[in-house]
Design a binder for this molecule. Structure first.
Ligand SMILES: Nc1ncnc2c1ncn2[C@@H]1O[C@H](COP(=O)(O)OP(=O)(O)OP(=O)(O)O)[C@@H](O)[C@H]1O
Ligand SMILES: [Mg+2]
Length: 260
C-alpha cells in the first residue's frame, strides 16, 4: 500500500502548525521524518493515522481518501505507535500485544492470534515479560511492547513516532533492523519519526526534514543530511564524516545566532 499526504494543513485551536505538507511513501519503502522539537512531526503522523483531522489537504491510502474509510478497515491497514506511552492502563504485556489483533478478531481470540502474538514477543525478546503489568515496566520495555503491538497488528502501513527514544543502542539497532525487514522482506510501508540523524541516515530510503511545520528538505538521506540543512533547521554546527559504513553526523555545537 502506498500512503500520500497532499497539501495537509493543520492548526490546534487556530494556531497553525502544519503548512501545506505533501509527501508520498511507496510500498516497501522506509521514510524517516526528522526535525527539531515542536516542528510538527507527531502532528503530521497523527493526521496520517486519522487521529487528527487536517483543516486542509488530504491523506490517501492507495489513492483513497482516509477521511471516508471505515475505522476497522483503517485499523487493519495502518498501525500507529504513539510517542507518549507514559499514561498506560495496568494491562499485562500479553494483553497489550493481543490488542494489536483487535482489527482481525471475529468473535474471540483465536489460535492464529496467539500464534502471531507469541512469535512477535519472542522476536522482540519480551516473552518473559508476558504477565507483567505494563505500568511496572521500564521506559524501554514499555516502548518495545508498543512496537510489538503494532507488529502483531500486521498492517500494511506502519507509523512509528520515535519508537527508539527510550532504547539502548542494541535495542535501537534491533528495532531499526526490524523496520527495514518489514519494508524489504514483507513489502510493508513504513513512516518513522526519529531524532537520531544517524539512524535515519542509515535505515531510510527517503528522509523528510521538517522545519516549523513545513518540509524543508526531502530526498535521499545524503541529500538531506548535509551540514547546511542541519545548521538551517536545528541551528547547530555539525561535521559530516565519511566512513566505510557510510556518512555519519557528528554534532559539534549549538549556534548562538538564530538560523532564521
Ligand atoms: N494537543 C495540542 N494542543 C495544542 N498545541 C499542540 C498540541 N500538540 C502539539 N501542539 C503544538 O504543536 C507543535 C507541534 O507539536 P508536535 O508534537 O507535532 O511536535 P514534534 O515535531 O513531534 O516535536 P517533538 O520532537 O518534541 O516530539 C508544538 O508547538 C506543540 O506545542
Ligand atoms: Mg513528537
Amino acid at each position: 500500500m502506498n500512503i500520500a499526504v497532499q497539501n495537509v494543513c493543520f492548526a490546534y485551536n487556530s494556531h497553525p502548525i502544519l503548512q501545506n505538507v505533501s509527501l508520498e511513501v511507496q510500498k516497501g519503502q522506509v521514510v524517516s521524518i526528522v526535525g527539531p522539537n515542536g516542528a510538527g512531526k507527531s502532528t503530521l503522523l497523527k493526521c496520517m493515522a486519522r487521529l487528527l483531522k487536517p483543516q486542509g489537504g488530504t491523506v490517501y491510502l492507495n489513492g483513497k481518501d482516509i477521511a471516508g474509510q471505515k475505522s476497522r478497515e483503517l485499523a487493519k491497514a495502518m498501525g500507529y505507535v504513539p510517542q507518549n506511552i507514559r499514561d498506560v492502563f495496568p494491562f499485562t504485556v500479553l494483553e497489550t500485544v493481543l490488542m494489536g489483533r483487535k482489527p482481525h478478531l471475529t468473535w474471540d481470540v483465536g489460535d492464529e492470534d496467539f500464534r502471531v502474538v507469541t512469535q512477535v514477543m519472542k522476536f522482540l525478546e519480551i516473552e518473559e515479560l508476558a504477565e507483567r503489568p505494563l505500568d511496572q515496566l521500564s521506559g524501554g520495555q514499555k516502548q518495545k511492547v508498543f512496537v510489538a503491538r503494532a507488529l502483531a497488528q500486521q498492517p500494511e502501513v506502519f507509523l512509528f513516532d520515535e519508537p527508539t527514544s527510550n532504547l539502548d543502542v542494541r535495542h535501537q539497532l534491533e528495532v531499526f533492523a526490524t523496520i527495514k525487514q518489514l519494508a524489504v522482506t514483507e513489502g510493508r510501508t513504513v513512516i518513522v519519526v526519529v531524532h537520531d540523524l544517524n539512524l535515519a541516515n542509515r535505515f531510510s530510503d527517503t528522509l523528510v526534514m521538517l522545519k516549523q511545520g513545513a518540509i524543508y528538505a526531502a530526498g535521499k538521506p545524503e541529500q538531506v543530511i548535509t551540514e547546511d540543512n542541519i545548521r538551517e533547521v536545528y541551528n547547530v554546527s555539525v561535521a559530516i564524516m565519511e566512513s566505510i559504513y557510510g556518512n555519519y553526523v557528528l554534532p559539534l555545537e549549538p549556534l548562538k545566532e538564530s538560523a532564521g
